[in-house]
Design a protein around this ligand. Sequence first.
Ligand SMILES: [Zn+2]
Length: 172
Amino acid sequence: MNEMFYRQSALDCIANGLLKNYRNGMYLYGAPRSIPIEEIIEVEYKLTIEYVKLRKSGNVLGQTVFENCFVPVYDKENEQYTIIEVQPGTILIDEALLEEENMGRYRYTLTHELSHWILHHKIFDNSQESAAKTTTESNSKTEWQADALAASILMPKMQIKKAFFFNARIKR
Ligand SMILES: [Zn+2]
């Protein structure tokens, strides 16, 4: 697989561009607030989010499907893996992440998968591979890039700075 390298600053740029174009940039320039990541994925990128049990072990949290393909998912009722057909542009999320206590992880996984869609569409395009987010550490460049872009989208540096200065000001 041919991997492309993005620097951190390039990823920040992509994240800022995404937020600048969304709702007149209110999430970049306005008061710091939670990024509506589901809405961005579904409305802006026209991707579909589906909730399934990805693995029996629970160690795959998300998967981005770039091409029409067949994906194994775990069928809890029948206690076996089954194959489902998924349309291109689908983000599969492990249903365990829907539980209240996993909300942070859920948002992060969604954004990680969106980042694969933005950055690695071309890399995965001609292969049967799809990007999968696992709970085990992966040190491949594509995983690092998706993590770094996800962090830049959910916590835009400009907003962090603003929040920092705002807090510093009101403390005095
Ligand atoms: Zn990944």
